[in-house]
Design a protein around this ligand. Structure first.
Ligand code: NOJ
Length: 719
């Protein structure tokens, strides 16, 4: 297809249509009567016929009928782009991205994204609104479940690029385009409340929040979505500095920019624009292109052009990008891209995909506490499964649009398959309502616990308690779940908690009462299978936290890569008695479980950290080596984490930052030497003068199993 020529033949309405994204419902409407979504957007069906893309549709059959209707109506028969949130799977759902981050395994992340692309493409999806790469420091924010980087930018960059590679590949059959979101800093919502304002210095924005979007752009993401929030008082949808100066200017992004749902119109709600026309003027002038679900570009584009507020070249450039993507995806040759209900049925939830989802759930579970009760023996004859998640199918997590609860393997089902001969009893004990106080079911639970050899206590928050619009102010478990845990653990010391959650929860009370806690987050379709395999020792847990678990909600936001206060507490794990230090009177300042933390069924020891030198210049490097040994009796995986600190700089640098990690597998008794090389570019930061440069001076490298423990080595950069 000669898209330049096509562009030259298109009317202005057709061009503005390519920049308009509508819900699939618009194409189901009766042309004669304008009701429903079209009337709410002040569009008639003829306008909808010009739309360039669609979101929210239900599989290949719907896609085919919508595509047919749309192409027949569109004057040049231009196919639609079908976009959808394929965030952690399409029908086969893998763990929520926050959990995938805990795998510290970008290759696995890529494999999962690739599987999701294959299923989604078979269902007619052309573009996924993923990866979501927002950095988050506050676990109260519900959308923390969507980000594989959690609180860390290095993990965020690796996982962002892996997802883009997995979704897109060569963009041919079985692949879909990636739309990185939400640019920028949406995860910095004040008080962890969704859609709330974000206040960040330019320095922190560039140092911590922007790198993951950049990594996705550099990995070739074809689209980028702007965010709902204001940043420094300016709605991001109309933020020229971000979209035009940074994204286009500094990063050379040449894909399409799309707004988030209705966010042009929400500029009126923010109080930033007086009229809809003013809102779209600002959004387009800032660099906005495709508009999701508000159609203001379509309605006011001509007026803005006539008034010289936007230029025809600007519109042509944006339309050409849309047409180019359609061309790249092969839509002009095959508008259905081979998607049929039969193909969708054949590919989705196939055994191969379920196996990948199971492996992902195993690799992303994190063992937080184990006083020796786990793993349970696979010869166990009597198991009690207690708690509101024992029989719960709703463990796939939020943002699994095409996923179905009934496809998920429950804990009960997983354990029954693994231990076919065991006697298994099940009891809810209490509900998973957030502030549940009804403990009338605890007595039954205690009875079952007493009668069983081992108890699996399935606690946590339900899948719709995180995700968009679902922030929480209280991260502690409900009074009923805590009572249940205390009573059951007292009745049977062989109790392990399986924790289901879409964010870090504040579980210090739970950790005080039960001997073992394995967090599954929301593990997806094969959650119950993976949980059973981990509990009964078929797999050794290897996940490491992508985000700190706070000691209590009041510590939020809490993250390891913070700056040093001039008055730190002597021991951040203890409540400090002395005054005039940076402390809480009623809680420690350290989290309960820090970033990078996770236990195993085996033990690893680290040999002495060695460095190839202690001074380097811009031209050379220093290599650090450490030998890691599996000193336990089971094979297992260790994630070796390398942190860096720039000791003296202004603006000051964080107390440590993850700069590299390696996940290694070791047999019992096996040792491996692990290396990490520092070169000058790694030492650069945004200096006081705004440059991205390194400065001479002292640095420290630390290697260890998490962000709190490790051995350090100092070195100096000279120029
Ligand atoms: C709003 C969400 O913020 C965004 O992440 C999502 O992609 C769109 N809705 C479309 O569903």
């Amino acid at each position: 297809m000669d898209i330049q020529r096509l562009l030259s033949e298109m009317s202005l309405a057709e061009k503005l249509g390519q920049l308009t994204q509508l819900n699939a419902n618009f194409f189901k409407e009766n042309e004669a009567e304008i009701t429903g979504p079209a009337s709410r957007l002040d569009l008639d069906p003829a306008d909808a016929a010009n739309a360039g893309s669609v979101l929210n549709f239900d599989g290949a059959a719907t896609m085919r009928s919508v595509q047919e209707i749309a192409m027949a109506r569109q004057p040049h028969h231009i196919p639609l782009l079908f976009m959808q949130d394929v965030v952690h799977g399409y029908r086969t759902i893998y763990p929520i991205p926050l959990a995938m981050g805990c795998s510290f395994d970008p290759d696995l992340m890529e494999e999962c994204a690739s599987m999701a692309a294959k299923e989604a493409a078979s269902g007619g999806v052309n573009v996924t609104f993923a990866p979501m790469v927002d950095l988050v420091h506050d676990a109260r924010w519900g959308r923390v479940m969507e980000t594989a980087g959690g609180e860390d930018k290095t993990l965020g960059c690796r996982m962002a690029a892996a997802q883009v590679r997995g979704f897109q590949g060569d963009l041919k059959k079985g692949k879909i385009a990636a739309c990185v979101k939400h640019f920028a800093a949406y995860g910095g919502a004040e008080a962890g409340r969704d859609y709330n304002a974000v206040e960040l210095s330019e320095h922190t924005l560039r140092e911590d929040y922007l790198p993951a979007y950049r990594a996705a752009v550099d990995a070739g993401a074809r689209l980028l979505m702007t965010s709902f929030n204001t940043l420094g008082g300016e709605p991001v949808a109309s933020n020229r500095h971000l979209i035009t100066d940074i994204l286009r200017g500094e990063w050379d992004f040449d894909g399409s920019v799309i707004s988030d749902y209705n966010s042009y119109r929400e500029m009126l709600k923010h109080g930033a624009a007086e009229t809809e026309k003013e809102a779209v003027d600002w959004a387009l002038s800032a660099g906005g292109e495709i508009e999701m679900m508000s159609a203001l570009t379509y309605r006011f584009g001509k007026e803005l052009l006539d008034e010289g507020k936007i230029t025809p070249e600007q519109i042509d450039r944006a339309v050409l990008r849309v047409l180019r993507l359609k061309e790249e995806l092969g839509l002009f040759d095959d508008p259905m891209r081979g998607a049929t209900p039969e193909e969708e049925q054949r590919i989705c939830l196939c055994a191969e995909h379920r196996a990948i989802a199971c492996r992902a759930a195993e690799e992303s579970a994190v063992l937080l506490k184990n006083d020796g009760v786990l793993p349970f023996s696979d010869k166990t004859k009597k198991v009690a499964l207690i708690g509101p998640f024992a029989r719960e199918h709703g463990i796939k997590g939020f943002w699994a649009c095409h996923g179905r609860d009934e496809d998920s393997v429950t804990v009960e089902e997983g354990v029954r398959v693994l231990l076919p001969d065991a006697e298994i009893t099940v009891c809810g004990g209490c509900s998973h309502a957030l502030r549940e106080t009804d403990i009338s079911g605890v007595a039954d639970a205690v009875r079952l616990a007493r009668e069983a050899e081992v108890v699996v206590l399935c606690l946590g928050e339900f899948q719709n308690c995180s995700g968009e619009g679902n922030s929480r102010a209280i991260l502690e478990l409900s009074p009923a779940q805590l009572s249940l845990a205390a009573a059951v653990a007292a009745a049977n010391p062989n109790t392990a908690v399986l924790l289901f959650c879409g964010r870090p929860l504040a579980i210090s009370d739970l950790a005080d009462t039960v001997p073992a806690i394995l967090t599954m987050f929301q593990p997806g379709t094969e959650g119950g299978t993976a949980a059973a395999r981990l509990l009964f020792g078929k797999t050794c847990p290897s996940g490491r936290l992508s985000m700190s678990f706070p000691y209590c909600t009041g510590q939020e936001p809490i993250y390891y890569a913070h700056q040093s206060t001039a008055r730190p507490t002597p021991d951040p794990h203890e409540i400090c008695e002395g005054g005039y230090v940076s402390r809480y009177l009623d809680a420690p300042t350290a989290p309960l479980y820090p970033f990078g933390f996770g236990l195993s069924y085996t033990e690893f020891s680290y040999g002495e950290l060695k460095a190839s030198g202690d001074t380097m210049t811009e031209k050379d490097s220093i290599t650090f080596t450490v030998t890691v040994t599996n000193t336990g009796s089971l094979a297992g995986k260790e994630t070796v984490q390398w942190y860096l600190r720039d000791e003296v700089a202004c603006p000051v640098r964080p107390v440590k930052e993850l700069v590299e990690f390696q996940k290694i597998e070791l047999a019992p008794g096996e040792s491996r030497e692990v290396r990490f090389t520092v070169k000058e570019p790694l030492l650069r930061y945004h200096t006081r003068s705004g440059e991205f440069a390194s400065e001479t001076g002292r640095f420290t490298v630390t290697v260890g199993p998490d962000s709190e423990r490790g051995q350090s080595c100092a070195f100096t950069l000279v120029k």
